[in-house]
Every structure is written in structure tokens, then in C-alpha cells.
Design a protein around this ligand. Structure first.
Ligand code: GAF
Length: 400
């Protein structure tokens, strides 16, 4: 696996987002090198870090992710036949098959995310032809930063461009649905749609408030005034097909059923408190309290009330650790040490069971926070973490 860390003095590993123009040129060159002809289009889609609202998307709730500057680049060229070839610079591998072979659960591993998009776009009525693809990414894989959605959405916008389609909001909404189908039906990860939505609708300088009942997206301007969003990848790898994610989803559905509501979005805290199954009650408590925290976090960021952001991040982390049970010692350490070293707020982020934490850190404390986390990980005997600066960025684009 190819990695792109920059190293700061004293060996702190920082994942660099790179320059989009350079990365686009480099994926074009790699494509031409590999397939012998230049690509016709390059799609780019970002990873994301979620600021609040974990596992609330599939409960018809609210989420507040930020699109990263770290992105996946997909170069594409239509073919004159039914062949599909997909090459990953990260994996150093090419997957090869035909259009007829694409479908639910037919493709193992990383290629399923890209090939799944071809299948889902064809299912939606787009005449995607046989195609050569080459993908390269700056989104760390397995880090809870949505490398899968970045891969899906970069391929989706590149294919849309090959078909001559304009990236209007309507098309973006359609591509979100296709990418969700690729992930849930072709790969079989029972995820909720936050990642694909922010990868296509993220806006520079903002977080994206997504309501999974009304399906409205609202841009929330982030004026961080002297603060950095610091992400720490614990390098404890997670996979959303592992079972833990699916069992949390099943517990939420069981809670909603017991309460007689279609989703936990409609459940009240008082009703949840009456649930008799301890585990199911704790899962539902997380969801109901987390949805409220999203609304409160929007206000806290808008008013730059850093103490409130800190309290909300802390409550969210505890809820995920104790009630939803998706944290791990590495995440708990990263969060606690970030706050001890000067972060105003820190929590785990993403699907959990490993992955990353996110902290809001005064600019002058960023270096100290990264070093303190590295030192604590070394002391505990954990793998060395890597860090990245989350710069709120725009959603997917094409570079035709
Ligand atoms: C993963 C899933 F893909 C999202 O849909 C979401 O549920 C998230 O975990 C947890 O908030 O990223």
C-alpha cells in the first residue's frame, strides 16, 4: 500500500492532501502509462470528517460532516466494448470484468465500490459503456474518513462527465443514490448515506447539516477563528462489513419497533428510558441524544462558543463509548490526551471500532496536541497514529 505522509520535525506523521492540480495531472499520467492512452475525464471526490451525529443517518436523524481537502481522483476513458478495467494506485492491482458481471455481491474487495457505481448508474438508466478506470487517493483507508464514498463518488462524477451530463444538484442527488446502492447492495455494507451526500454536496469553508428525514442539506459556515480541526487516525482499521456496524443498526431498528415508531428520529427520550432491554435502551439513548447534539453543535459553532463545543464533543464521545459501544482504547486515548494537551473539544468520529478522532485545537496548540497523542500511544504500546488537518472543502468535481 502506498502512503503519502509528510513528516514534521520530531517525526509526527501528517497526511498531506496534496495540490489538486498536481494530483489530477499525476492520475492522468498514471492512466496513460497503464492503459497506453490518456483518460477522457478525471473525477475528484473528498473524504469527510463528521463533527456530530454518529449512526444517526440510518435512523432518519441529523449529521454534521465536513468534506476534506483529502480526496480520491478517478481517471476514466470509455471503451468500444463491454470490458471494465479498474486499477488502484493504492492497491497496485487491476480488476477486470465485463458489464454483464456487475451486480449485487459479485465483486470482492476494493473494486466493488467502483464497479458497483457503474452497475448502479446503469440500473438508474444511464448508458455507461465498458470503461477503463484508474483511481488514486489521499484519503487514508480504513480510517473512518469515508475513503469508500470518496472512491464511489469520484468514479460517479467521472462517468457522468463521460456521458456528457452536467453536475447539477439534481444529478448530484441521483449520483448520491447510485453510490449508496453501490455500497449497500454491491459491497454489502449496510451504511446510511451521510458519506456519499457530503462527498457530493460539501461546500468549502462549511460543514453540511443533513436531515435524513426531509433529505435537506444546509451549509453551516465554519468560522474557526484561530482553531484547527485536527484529525488523528489511530490506524486501528475498521470495516463496515465486519458485523459491529450492522448489529448497531439492528439494535436501533429493534428499539424503534418496540417503541412503535418508524425510526428513532420520532422517539422521545422519556419513551426510550422505558425500554426494558438494557442494550437496546442504551443504543437508542445514544441516537436520541446524539440527534439533539447535532442541533446544539450547529449553534455552538455558529456562535463560536468553544466551551459548548467542548461539552457536546465530550458528551458525544462518552455516549459512543458507553452506550453505543463503538470506541476502543486507542480512540479513548487520542480524545483524552487531545483535551489534556489543549484541544477545546475532541471526540471519536465515523463508524467506530477504530478509525479516527477529531479535535478542535487552538492553532498554536496543534503541534503540542499531535506530539502528546504520539507520546501517549508510544507509552501504551499502540501503533503510531497519523494526523491530518481537516480543511472544510468542496464536494466532488470533474476535470474533463
Ligand atoms: C459510516 C457510514 F458509512 C455512515 O453512513 C454513518 O452511519 C457513519 O459510519 C456513522 O455515523 O461512515
Amino acid at each position: 500500500m502506498r502512503e503519502c505522509y509528510g513528516w514534521l520535525d520530531g517525526d509526527v506523521a501528517l497526511v498531506d492532501a496534496g495540490d489538486p492540480a498536481d494530483l489530477s495531472a499525476s492520475v492522468r499520467a498514471a492512466f496513460a502509462d497503464h492503459y497506453g492512452e490518456p483518460p477522457a475525464s478525471v473525477g475528484r471526490a473528498p473524504g469527510r470528517v463528521n463533527l456530530m451525529g454518529e449512526h444517526t443517518d440510518y435512523n432518519a436523524g441529523l449529521v454534521l460532516p465536513v468534506a476534506l481537502a483529502h480526496a480520491t481522483y478517478a481517471a476514466a476513458r470509455p471503451r468500444g466494448d463491454e470490458l471494465v478495467r479498474i486499477t488502484s494506485a493504492q492497491q497496485g492491482e487491476t480488476w477486470e470484468g465485463t458489464l454483464a458481471e456487475l451486480g449485487p455481491r459479485t465483486i470482492e474487495g476494493w473494486a466493488g465500490y467502483a464497479a458497483g457505481v457503474i452497475w448502479a448508474m446503469r440500473e438508474a438508466g444511464h448508458r455507461v459503456p465498458g470503461v477503463d478506470l484508474l483511481v488514486d487517493s489521499r484519503v487514508p483507508v480504513g480510517a473512518g474518513l469515508s475513503s469508500s464514498a470518496a472512491l464511489e463518488c469520484s468514479v460517479a462524477v467521472a462517468l457522468a462527465d463521460l456521458l456528457g451530463l452536467d453536475l447539477t444538484d439534481d444529478l448530484r442527488r441521483e449520483l448520491v443514490e447510485a453510490c449508496i446502492r453501490a455500497e449497500t447492495e454491491v459491497v454489502g455494507a449496510p451504511t446510511g448515506g451521510m458519506d456519499q451526500t457530503v462527498a457530493l454536496f460539501g461546500e468549502a469553508g462549511s460543514a453540511l447539516l443533513i436531515d435524513f428525514t426531509s433529505h435537506e442539506t444546509t451549509s453551516v459556515s465554519l468560522d474557526l477563528r484561530g482553531h484547527t480541526l485536527l484529525v488523528t487516525d489511530t490506524r486501528v482499521s475498521h470495516a463496515l462489513t465486519d458485523g459491529g456496524y450492522g448489529s448497531r443498526r439492528a439494535d436501533c431498528e429493534s428499539a424503534a419497533k418496540s417503541l412503535g415508531v418508524p425510526t428513532l428520529r420520532e422517539a422521545t427520550r422519556a419513551a426510550v428510558d422505558e425500554l426494558t432491554d438494557d442494550r437496546v435502551r442504551r443504543r437508542a439513548t445514544h441516537i436520541v441524544s446524539e440527534i439533539q447534539r447535532v442541533t446544539d453543535t450547529v449553534t455552538a459553532f455558529e456562535q463560536r462558543e468553544w466551551d459548548d463545543v467542548g461539552r457536546l464533543f465530550d458528551a458525544s464521545h462518552r455516549s459512543m463509548r458507553d452506550d453505543f459501544e463503538i470506541s476502543c482504547p486507542e480512540l479513548d486515548t487520542a480524545v483524552a490526551v487531545a483535551v489534556q494537551a489543549g484541544a477545546v473539544a475532541a471526540r471519536m468520529t465515523g463508524g467506530g471500532f477504530g478509525g479516527s478522532s477529531v479535535a478542535v485545537v487552538p492553532d498554536e496548540r496543534v503541534d503540542a496536541v499531535m506530539r502528546a497523542i504520539d507520546a501517549a500511544f508510544a507509552l501504551e504500546g499502540f501503533r503510531s497514529p497519523v494526523h491530518l488537518r481537516a480543511v472544510p472543502s468542496a464536494g466532488a468535481t470533474v476535470d474533463g
